[in-house]
Each structure stands twice: as C-alpha cells, then as structure tokens.
Design a protein around this ligand. Structure first.
Ligand SMILES: Nc1ncnc2c1ncn2[C@@H]1O[C@H](COP(=O)(O)OP(=O)(O)OP(=O)(O)O)[C@@H](O)[C@H]1O
Ligand SMILES: [Mg+2]
Length: 281
C-alpha cells in the first residue's frame, strides 16, 4: 500500500460564489507508505483538513492528484474510512446498528455485519454497549464507536481529522493508548490530523509539518522511537519541544497576518485550472 500526493493544490471561493479566491494549498508532494502512522500538523487554516478531505475523495484538487496504490482517488470509498472531530452517530440507531450501517450499504449479509461490528466494538472496549443508543454514551465512548465504525469497513487507510480534540485530557490519554494498540493489531495505515504536537509525537512514525496558509510541506520528520511508546518518556518530551519551536514559527506568521491592518489588500494567489480526471477510486 502506498499513498502519493502529487502536485496537489486547492483554492476556495472566499464568499462561496465567484470573485476572490483563497488559496488553501500550494502544490504539495509527499508519499505515505503502507502501515505507517502518519500525522499532519500545522497552524489553524493551513489546509490540513483540505488535504485529508482530498485523500478521502470528499474534495477534489484544482491541480494534481492523489493515488492509492497507483489508482487515482476521485470519490469517497470504504477503503478510505474517515473519523472526524465529532462522532456523527445516528441518534436513533443503536451503537451496533451505527457500526453496521456502512457494511449494510456495502451489501454485507446480516450475520457477517453483526460479527464484524462486535469484533470492532470489542476492540474499543464497548461490546457491552452494543444495544445502547448514542445519547447514553459519554463523548469519549461515542468517539470510540466512531473509530469502531470506521475500522469495521476494514479500510486500507484510516483518516482521522482531530478525532480527540473535543475530549478531556484523561479520555484523550485512554484513546491514545487504544489507538496505538489498535494500529499495532490491525496494521492499518493511519493518516492523522492534529494540532497537538505531543499527541503526534506519541503516536506517529512520521509527521508532516505544514507552513502557515497557503499550506505547503515545511518538512517531514521521522519520530525515532520504537512502539509502543510511553507518554512519560523524557525523550518524547524533548522531541515534542523541538518540534514545537519549528511549528511556532508558522503559528507566529498566522498571528502576524491577522494583526496586519492591510492583510486584505495583499494580492491573493490565483489557482490554475482544474486537473483533468481519469479512471479512479
Ligand atoms: N468548503 C470551503 N469553502 C471555502 N473555504 C474553505 C472551505 N474549506 C476550507 N476552506 C478554507 O481553506 C483554508 C484551509 O482550511 P482547512 O480547513 O483545510 O484548514 P485546517 O488546517 O484544517 O484548519 P484547522 O486547524 O483550523 O482545522 C482556510 O482558509 C479555509 O477558510
Ligand atoms: Mg481542520
């Protein structure tokens, strides 16, 4: 398995119609290898979610393309499951029915659906809640259901966009440990967007640091520690502090832009024409 981002750029209309455009991503090139835990960090608005959504097939790039094993991504698919910041469960369905829903859409028979749902609910330690409704669960538990729902699709790559940022610190710690264990058990490739440097250092094989908007690759750093890791490790803390300084430079640029009274008078880069489409997934 190999994911390749090739000359990906993206702009958006500033007002949802024509006129001025905001350049979200300048051409971006990088590769994610199969089985990697790959994180993307960078200041707010630098295009992290846009990159992830392009890989998910939820957005299309203006230029360039993403391939998964050589096949172009053109639309969402079960091979690329996404976990968002909010669990997004259907409130009228039981936990198990929520996990089974994507499998039902794929036409998987009832017994197999059930079996897969239970396997992944067990993996996130929620098998006892299979028949509960989402409102009976805590925020952290709901997020675990959303992870089980994504894993039940047995995707080739799991995409996570700040999946733990709405949770309290203790719940987040528990879910970090669970995610590290699940990743080691399933060997699924994970692409993980976060603002949290310690979280990225604890979990990732490699971390892509983006520049302030418009987003580009500032650098890709390998985290040189074996898994499983200990959060309390002093080496991990030192590594996170070093990354923090590199990212702070970019965050400071955002602050400077927002404090510049003439920021809206600066020229906005205009995006090239959209790239042609071919056969894709
Ligand atoms: N659907 C959209 N319509 C218009 N502009 C958009 C849209 N999606 C993103 N943008 C713009 O593109 C830029 C990048 O947004 P994106 O959501 O990718 O940033 P981000 O790095 O994920 O930020 P955050 O850390 O705050 O989640 C921002 O300027 C944003 O306003
Ligand atoms: Mg985002």
């Amino acid at each position: 398995m190999r994911i390749e981002f090739s000359e990906i750029s993206k702009s958006f209309s500033a007002n949802g119609k024509g006129g001025q455009r905001i350049q979200a991503l300048l051409p971006v090139n990088f590769v994610i290898e199969g089985g990697e835990f790959f994180s993307i960090i960078g200041p707010s608005g630098c295009g992290k979610s846009t990159l992830l959504n392009i890989l998910a097939g939820l957005e299309s790039p203006d230029t360039g393309f993403v391939t998964v094993d050589g096949t172009r991504v053109e639309r969402p698919g079960p091979q690329r499951a996404v976990v968002f910041q909010e669990a997004g469960l259907m409130p009228w369905m039981t936990v198990s029915a929520n996990v089974e829903y994507g499998l039902k859409l794929q036409g998987i028979p009832r017994a197999e659906r059930r079996e897969r749902a239970m396997k992944f609910l067990k993996m996130v330690h929620l098998s006892r809640y299979a028949e509960a409704l989402p409102h009976q669960l805590s925020g952290g538990m709901r997020q675990r259901v959303s992870i089980a729902r994504a894993l039940a699709l047995e995707p080739r790559v799991l995409l996570m966009d700040e999946p733990f940022s709405a949770l309290d610190a203790q719940t987040r710690d528990v879910l970090h440990d669970e995610l590290q264990r699940i990743w080691q058990e399933t060997r699924t490739t994970i692409v993980f967007v976060t603002h949290n440097i310690r979280e990225a250092v604890y979990l990732s094989d490699r971390i892509l640091i983006m520049t302030a908007s418009p987003g580009r690759v500032k650098r890709i750093t390998t985290v040189p520690f074996a898994h499983p890791r200990q959060k309390s490790s002093t080496e991990l803390s030192a590594f996170a502090a070093m990354l923090h300084d590199q990212i702070k430079e970019e965050v400071d640029k955002v602050a400077a832009t927002e404090l510049d009274p003439d920021w809206d008078k600066r020229p906005v880069p205009v995006a090239p024409l959209p790239y042609g489409t071919g056969e894709g997934i």
